[in-house]
Design a protein around this ligand. Structure first.
Ligand code: ADP
Length: 375
């Protein structure tokens, strides 16, 4: 029996239980005795111990444990380690003294948290920048207008004011649409008629296509329906058709083909427009990325359209493919499973990583070959 009335067997059982709990933690834990000798590493710490970055962290853990075991010294503040990898990792090490001698260190992998933080910060900076430009222009134009008496100039400035206001409104609309799609816990099991989705996309692009004399032809391979989120599909296809029209010269044709492709339905939008330089193909799905800023601004582009398309594709467990040739045209394929899996519980955790997946690398494909959007 011990002083507190526990038998050795009871103590052993308690130690085994606590060890199991410590081993089950997702944070690495290293425990040392009062001489600084490591007496226990939990499972995560053991895995880390054998790696290259583990060696670098070990030195920091030893330093923190040495300080923590030394009763009279100040404890070190938590230390953040940036390990350049690959893969790049950010770890936080902190140690605490144990009441009956020794100390323990906690080593937390905060790589994902830091990555999401930095993407969010970039996103906010991007939004501010994108909205500041038209709002700044609006202020300058309005100021000029106040003093202007020449009717012709007043008319010109008013037209510019209208354009800039329209651009800011368009960016805000796209931002709202993107965040709605990112957060959409919506239903993915509506019965959606493909012909209706195509019709909605055409209506959306009609003001541009009619204004620029661009014909839009639709071919649907039989009566097609799929289980999906109608609103999202309409938004994605609408963006693709609008882009095809926007980046085409008048007198050309845009085609929208919808067909069954195995277990997928492909929505293929082809144009005979300006095309996309091969070095930009990997980046066009990033938020606010534009190949030709001047042209995109002129057409009221927010730089968010393809980010929306990609998000809709990933939400549906699908993909977007692109092939393009400068001066000849582009072809975007939105590929959506005919019936997406019913179990989408993991959507929420994935959408967080999607949030930050704008930066991506893909293996370089030869020109003209279809490329996958990042997912
Ligand atoms: P934007 O609002 O600027 O059109 P998007 O995200 O829809 O933004 O597209 C990103 C960029 O990709 C565009 O700025 C444009 O340079 C390019 N792009 C998209 N679709 C096409 C297309 N069909 N033809 C040529 N370039 C395109």
């Amino acid at each position: 029996m011990t002083a507190v009335g526990q038998t050795d067997a009871e103590i052993l059982e308690q130690v085994a239980r606590l060890t199991a709990v410590v081993d089950g933690l997702s944070t690495a834990v290293v425990i040392c005795d009062s001489t600084g000798q490591v007496t226990h590493r939990n499972l995560v710490a053991k895995v880390m111990h054998g790696t290259h970055s583990g060696l670098l962290i070990e030195e920091v853990i030893d330093r923190h444990l040495a300080v923590a075991t030394h009763q009279h010294s100040e404890l070190l503040a938590a230390e953040e380690l940036d390990l350049f990898g690959p893969p790049r990792q950010v770890m936080v090490v902190r140690a605490m003294r144990l009441d009956h001698g020794g100390a323990y260190a906690l080593i937390e992998d905060v790589t994902e948290r830091r990555r999401i933080d930095s993407v969010r910060t970039d996103f906010v900076a991007n939004i501010s920048h994108e909205l500041k430009t038209p709002v700044g222009a609006l202020a300058v134009l309005a100021e000029t207008l106040v003093e202007e008496e020449d009717l012709d100039i007043v008319r010109r400035i008013s037209a510019r004011l209208f354009e800039e206001a329209h651009r800011a409104a368009h960016t805000i609309d796209d931002l709202l649409e993107l965040s709605r799609i990112e957060l959409d816990g919506g239903r993915y099991t509506e019965s959606v008629n493909v012909a209706e989705v195509a019709a909605a996309a055409l209506v959306r692009a009609a003001p541009l296509s009619e204004g620029n004399q661009i014909a839009v032809e639709v071919q649907i391979d039989g009566p097609l329906t799929l289980r999906a989120n109608r609103r999202q599909l309409e938004s994605a296809l609408g963006n693709l058709v609008e882009n095809a029209v926007k980046y085409s010269e008048s007198g050309t044709t845009v085609t929208v083909e919808c067909r069954l492709q195995g277990t997928y339905i492909d929505f293929v939008v082809s144009d005979q427009g300006v095309g996309i330089p091969v070095q930009d193909l990997d980046r066009i799905f990033e938020r606010f990325y534009r190949v030709d800023k001047a042209r995109s601004r002129g057409t009221g582009g927010s730089g968010l359209g393809l980010a929306i398309v990609r998000h809709v594709a990933t939400n549906h467990r699908g993909e977007v493919l692109v092939s393009s040739e400068e001066g000849r045209g582009s072809r975007f394929t939105l590929r959506i499973p005919h019936r997406i899996p019913d179990r989408l519980e993991d959507r929420e955790s994935e959408s967080e990583s999607e949030f930050s997946s704008d930066q991506f690398t893909t293996t370089r494909n030869p020109p003209h070959e279809e490329r996958n959007s990042p997912s």
